[in-house]
Design a protein around this ligand. Structure first.
Ligand SMILES: Cc1cc2nc3c(=O)[nH]c(=O)nc-3n(C[C@H](O)[C@H](O)[C@H](O)COP(=O)(O)OP(=O)(O)OC[C@H]3O[C@@H](n4cnc5c(N)ncnc54)[C@H](O)[C@@H]3O)c2cc1C
Length: 388
């Protein structure tokens, strides 16, 4: 069906990933959803299977595969119905590790990227602050150079893997007077003195640990700066293209999962002497929802194709997240309705899907901010360029 983008090798990878998730992950999901902790052994198994290295260089143990392996990885993670588990995995593999790979020195890559690929080290990406997440340039955390060290002070919030990760990729102001030109990216070990984290309780993504993190005179050597000083903002913006496409892909995948589940349910549930998939009102609704999902899916694949070729797809990735997250919320909400009262029950997948999906239009750039970006590109002819 998806042969325009997926080869036979891709499909074999999908099948083996599905089998792996069914055998190694699904039996633990309920427990992890309750405890809010994903146990260490599964990180290691993901590493052993090569899943964290799909997109990373062979020199550090990665597989250096095309982006459609990542697309499959993301899609299948959405189809085991734990947005939180999926978030832990992709936030490590694509939020934290992207910065380590792109901006880290060889020394940093040896120390952090290689063990991230094997699943021995878990990372998190710390950008959002309690005073505001949308206004990234307005962040208040500082990293002041003192001799051959930087001293970090401030706080971050809503950080995925913020409690159980081994290292943190942190954005901070090295020149607080210089606006977005004064921001830099650092890497630091969890056990560096002065770092503390508090777990947050939340609506969904319950298997994921989300944390508020404080930095109190955290002192790190200058070689833990990643990339160039003052370039943090363009680095973050550049990687947002991948992050937003990831959230778009996640959205079409969970919507597809909801639709597949609803199809099966509607073929079994009876009312007024027939299965509910015979009621025209529901059939037409289903047809609309499926079309919305498929339009997003096809668009997301085309953006992935262009990103894979090296194009800077900031506009398309922004559209992908904006439209796909809304579509997923709508599709899942309606699929819950197809299940009637059972849709509202925790034993059935729609309740968790609905609350997990709600993060889509918020995390990694709210829909309002995405519209702002698009409006600037479309109406003011603003041209976003990759960091050089
Ligand atoms: C479960 C979860 C996991 C997360 N994981 C991470 C992570 O791993 N790392 C990380 O750094 N962050 C993470 N985030 C943070 C997330 O990216 C932010 O919550 C998001 O960017 C919004 O920031 P905010 O919450 O501070 O909202 P605010 O910026 O305070 O915005 C509040 C409201 O105002 C609107 N608004 C703000 N500015 C404008 C404007 N100019 N025009 C119109 N409307 C506007 C927003 O759209 C929103 O509706 C996570 C969040 C959650 C909930």
């Amino acid at each position: 069906m998806e042969s325009m983008y997926f080869t036979e090798e891709h499909q074999m990878f999908r099948k083996s990933l599905q089998d792996f998730l069914k055998k190694e992950v699904v039996p633990h999901i309920e427990k992890w959803e309750k405890t809010g902790t994903v146990e260490r052994f599964i990180w290691k198994k993901f590493g052993d299977m090569g899943f964290f290295g799909l997109a990373y260089p062979e020199a550090y143990g990665g597989l250096d595969l095309d982006l459609f392996y990542t697309v499959i990885f993301l899609e299948e993670l959405q189809k085991i119905n734990s947005g939180g588990f999926a978030a832990n995995m992709w936030a490590h593999a694509y939020l934290a590790m992207t910065h380590v790979n792109k901006e880290g020195s060889d020394e940093i890559k040896e120390k952090y990227l290689a063990p991230s690929i094997t699943g021995d080290k878990i990372g998190c990406l710390c950008i959002t602050e309690p005073f505001g997440g949308s206004d990234v340039a307005g962040m208040r955390t500082t990293a002041i150079k003192k001799g051959d060290t930087y001293v970090i002070n401030g706080s971050k919030t809503f950080i995925t893997n913020g409690i159980y990760s081994d290292y943190l990729v942190v954005a901070a102001k090295t020149d607080p007077e210089a606006g977005h030109n004064g921001m830099s990216i650092f890497i630091m070990d969890r056990d560096t003195p002065g770092i503390s984290a508090t777990k947050l309780d939340k609506l969904g993504w319950r298997a994921s640990d989300t944390a508020e993190i404080a930095f109190d005179n955290v002192t790190i050597p200058t070689n833990q700066l990643m990339g160039e000083e003052g370039k943090g903002f363009p680095y973050i913006m550049q990687h947002f293209a991948l992050e937003r496409l990831i959230m778009g892909i996640n959205s079409h995948a969970r919507a597809e999962y909801a639709l597949d589940y609803a199809k099966q349910y509607m073929s079994e549930r009876t009312a007024f002497g027939k299965t509910i998939n015979k009621f025209q009102a529901l059939r037409h609704k289903y047809a609309d929802l499926y079309a919305d999902m498929e339009i997003c899916r096809e668009f997301n694949y085309s953006v992935a194709y262009r990103l894979n070729k090296g194009e800077y797809v900031v506009k398309q990735a922004t559209m992908s997240k904006l439209k796909s997250t809304k579509m997923a919320d709508d599709v899942i909400n309606e699929c819950l309705q197809f299940l009637g009262g059972y849709g509202y029950m925790e034993e059935y997948p729609m309740a968790r899907l609905l609350r997990d999906s709600r993060l889509g239009p918020i995390g990694g750039g709210t829909s309002e901010i995405l519209r702002e970006i698009l409006a600037k590109m479309l109406l003011d002819d603003k041209n976003y360029k990759p960091a050089t």
